[in-house]
Design a binder for this molecule. Structure first.
Ligand code: ADP
Ligand code: ADP
Ligand code: ZN
Ligand code: ZN
Length: 820
């Protein structure tokens, strides 16, 4: 593979991907190399866009030479030459949503082993036949529960959702789930005709009648008399119970709005047949160590290991016979258990012992998901490859980052190279080599400022990384604030929080800290958000997920908020049709600007013409997408620039209209920094652009598709969109790890903006691991002490200085070191 194996370096010559300025760089193999620099400087363009992309291209060329031409069109990185490059594996965060059916067990492939264990070595009921391994998977026809088709949940209505206010009568609209307007009036008349009092408060109706009205499948026809002001003719009306109506809408309605409304009345409950496991009864009847596979799937990994270790450690084993009722003492059982225990132990080392195999991947944080993938790689036994990682320490408490770094060291010791895009200076310090890109972002970056052992970065004056790594950066000036009242929660119960009391100070910036799995997101992005949302009478942001109950006994202080803003890292749009300009609303101003030019007026072009989503203005070949799909058998979803518009997205006539010498496609290609200058005469656009620059996003292009943005960028765009609104009142801002993916220099920018929100009278609560951010918070709530069942309690609360002294807090020692 490498002709000259005595040369331990990968040589990159003439890299020009994205903003890289024709750079040459040599990086060592069999080492941990950190790629650093402010956001947008070009780290990922080098590590992923050039090195990984080239390794991948070579791989595909070797397996499918016929695809060479297509690959050149779509995938070849802009680089003159790379030598000494081993095959590469990328372990990226997020990108592409995991399917809702994947779980911790499927991600790590542990589920396959476990199914094998039950199939080959489980204890079967008398006379039952041995099942194939697939029969233990809810995702196969052989294994799926017939009631819920393997989903484990069924959707159903409950009285408290259907009838939110039982003091109302049916005439007053007690059954909120019924349709409004004519249909609703019709149902009331039908109920009246059935002899049920529609003027009596709901709670005073007989239980039997209430249940019938809500749940019956019967649909009697009732003659409805003509009614004053409603119908002047008699007719046959059909009854629909509230459940029947809701289910009918969900199953049959073509209207997205109607379906969303109906979902408000639905709760997902565990399937009564399989108790949520999604498995058919025959599979659930098989046990190992006294447990069904569903029980093992629901256990924390820590307990799974404890349960299987005795079998794994067994010295003597019986021969396997396919007719025995149980195979628990056989050679097969011992072998599979040994393998399972060894693999799960890696997950325990990474601090993930609180997860269960059945946990859905959609509910994992990106840090948890990445650690699972890293652990899976560790067992794959590959050597001589480069692992390219995207901020492995993201989302990790410093106490969790250490074991992860140990695992990375093991990957390296096994003969692999690690190329790591990283912002955490504590991780960078452990690297063998650092490649620092910069000095700024976008056009202002793209140069190699330094490439060599970490210590050598110290004298490099231009490097923001050097300033932070060697303690030369100016600390954020901050005078601690005092709270103006409290939001008090009593008896909070959700996931691992059990009857917890939490006081959140108002009008200050609070950091919620704790190791992974301690309950931070549960408290902040779920409980706090739901409590305030409930107070404001808002519906959940994601109505597609059926409602959960808010499990809080008592709340005070919530009246003080008149707005809730959840600034999370979810993408700002799921299609390349949404981008920075459309999301912030600035694109409206730009389109109006183009419609107001003389050329546009002469041709009768309205603002709509300048949208790439509208037929008149957009390129017909690509329908305004700018790219077309390329058919490659083994590379699903591969795209190439549109041959007609070369990615411009508009048709030629639209592009003839210019403002200050640029057409609309050229404006979308501008960076925020450049656009701020170009559009300085357009106030509506300038305001947005200014706030985007203030949060450090000056390097993004206006037309950058939402799908290309990182979670951290999406989060800062949301924040900037909020800042540009500048409103009165008291908002609660909830942020989940806003500093993830940011260079310390960018964190400083972001913090300044967050403190500005507090100075304007708002309350800000962050889930946070970054010690500099925690140190400048007004208040800290530390959860823990551990993850999962070992956490879920408030270990310490108070000013950073106070929490730094707390005993039993995993955060305290790190915070104390930072404050010293
Ligand atoms: P970093 O990893 O240091 O944050 P990136 O390598 O992602 O920086 O980005 C470097 C520059 O390239 C930025 O100006 C960014 O906007 C631009 N860029 C990133 N991805 C693309 C892309 N797919 N097309 C064009 N420009 C891009
Ligand atoms: P943190 O944000 O501190 O990492 P979380 O609030 O995400 O912690 O998780 C706290 C505990 O709740 C963990 O044991 C986790 O496994 C569990 N948990 C979190 N989300 C879910 C979920 N959707 N379903 C079941 N358990 C969950
Ligand atoms: Zn079921
Ligand atoms: Zn096109």
């Amino acid at each position: 593979m490498n002709k000259d194996t005595s040369d331990p370096f990968v040589h990159v010559r003439g890299a020009r991907e994205n903003n890289l300025r024709n750079i040459d760089v040599d990086v060592p193999r069999d080492a941990m190399v950190a790629f650093t620099g402010v956001s947008g400087s070009g780290k990922s363009s080098l590590a992923f866009g050039t090195l990984y992309a080239e390794a991948q291209r070579r791989y595909f060329e070797s397996v499918a030479p016929y695809a060479r031409r297509l690959l050149q069109q779509v995938g070849a990185p802009q680089v003159q030459e790379i030598t000494g490059l081993p095959p590469a594996v990328a372990l990226q965060q997020r990108r592409g949503s995991p399917s809702s059916r994947s779980t911790v067990g499927t991600l790590t492939t542990l589920s396959n082993l476990l199914r094998m264990l039950y199939s080959r070595a489980g204890t079967y009921p008398p006379r039952a036949e041995r099942l194939e391994a697939e029969s233990f998977s809810p995702n196969t026809a052989a294994g799926a529960c017939p009631e819920c088709h393997g989903l484990g949940v069924v959707h159903d209505v409950t009285e408290d959702l259907l009838v939110p206010d039982p003091s109302l009568s049916i005439r007053e609209g007690a059954i909120a789930a019924w349709p409004g307007a004519w249909q609703g009036a019709n149902l009331r008349s039908v109920v009246n005709g059935l002899g049920i009092d529609i003027d009596r408060p709901w709670r005073r109706l007989r239980k039997k009648d209430r249940d019938w009205l809500l749940y019956t499948d019967e649909q009697p026809l009732v003659y409805v008399e003509p009614e004053e002001g409603r119908v002047d003719y008699g007719y046959e009306g059909k009854f629909w119970s509230a459940r029947k109506h809701v289910m009918h809408v969900l199953a049959d309605s073509k209207s997205e709005k109607m379906r969303e409304r109906a979902l408000r009345f639905v709760r997902s409950v565990p399937c009564p047949e399989c108790h949520g496991s999604g498995l058919r009864p025959e599979a659930l009847a098989v046990t190992f160590a006294g447990r069904s596979i569903a029980e093992i799937n629901a256990m924390p990994l820590l307990e799974v290991v404890a349960l299987l270790r005795p079998v794994a450690g067994r010295r003597r084993a019986d021969a396997t016979t396919s007719t025995a009722r149980s195979g628990e003492t056989t050679e097969v059982a011992v072998r599979i258990c040994r393998d399972l225990v060894a693999r799960v132990e890696v997950l325990l080392d990474l601090g993930l012992g609180y997860l269960s195999l059945g946990r859905r991947s959609t509910t994992l944080s990106s840090g948890e998901a990445q650690r699972l993938r890293i652990a899976t790689q560790l067992r794959s036994g590959l050597f001589g490859v480069v692992y390219v990682l995207d901020e492995p320490s993201t989302g990790l408490h410093p106490a969790d980052a250490e074991p992860l770094l140990d695992v990375l060291d093991r990957l390296k010791a096994a003969g692999n190279s690690l190329f790591v895009v990283e912002h955490d200076m504590d991780v960078v310090r452990r690297a063998d080599w650092v490649v620092d890109i910069g000095p700024g972002a976008g056009e202002g970056g793209g140069r190699v400022l330094y490439s060599g052992p970490v210590a050598g970065l110290e004298p490099v004056r231009e490097s923001a990384t050097g300033r932070h790594l060697f303690g030369r950066a100016e600390p954020l000036a901050h005078r601690p604030r005092t709270p103006h009242g409290w939001l008090r929660l009593r008896g909070v119960t959700r996931h691992n929080l059990h009857d917890v009391s939490v006081d959140v100070p108002l009008c200050v910036l609070t950091a919620v800290t704790g190791v992974s799995g301690s309950g931070k997101s549960t408290l902040v992005t779920q409980v706090l958000a739901e409590v305030v949302r409930g107070h404001l009478g808002l519906v959940p942001e994601e109505p597609a997920e059926a409602q959960l109950e808010v499990d809080v006994q008592d709340v005070s202080g919530v009246e003080s908020f008149d707005r809730l803003v959840l600034v999370d890292q979810r993408p700002i749009g799921r299609t390349p049709r949404s981008n920075l300009a459309t999301y912030t609303g600035m694109f409206d101003a730009v389109r109006k600007l183009y419609a107001a030019t003389d050329a546009a007026r002469a041709r009768g072009y309205s603002a709509g013409r300048f949208s790439f989503n509208v037929a008149e203005g957009r390129c017909e070949t690509c329908q305004g997408e700018g790219f077309v799909a390329v058919e490659l058998l083994f590379l699903p979803g591969t795209y190439a620039s549109c041959p007609t518009c070369q990615g411009a997205r508009y048709n030629a006539e639209t592009l003839e209209v210019t403002y200050r010498g640029k057409n609309i496609a050229e404006v979308l290609a501008l960076s925020v920094d450049a656009a701020a200058e170009f559009l300085s005469a357009v106030p509506a656009a300038s305001r947005s652009l200014e706030t985007l620059r203030e949060v450090g996003l000056g390097y993004l292009r206006l037309g950058q598709p939402a799908t290309e943005l990182s979670g951290g960028e999406a989060q800062r765009i949301k924040l900037a969109t909020e800042l540009q609104r500048a409103r009165r009142g008291h908002a609660l801002y909830l942020l989940d790890e806003p500093t993830a993916g940011l260079h310390p220099a960018d964190i400083a920018l972001l913090l300044r903006q967050l403190h500005r929100l507090v100075d304007a009278g708002n309350t800000v609560v962050l889930v946070e691991h970054d010690l500099d951010t925690i140190a400048t918070a007004d208040w800290v709530i530390d959860l823990g002490p551990g993850g999962g069942d070992a956490g879920g309690r408030v270990v310490a609360a108070g000013t950073p200085a106070k929490v730094a002294k707390a005993r039993r807090s995993a955060t305290a020692p790190y915070l104390a070191a930072r404050l010293a």
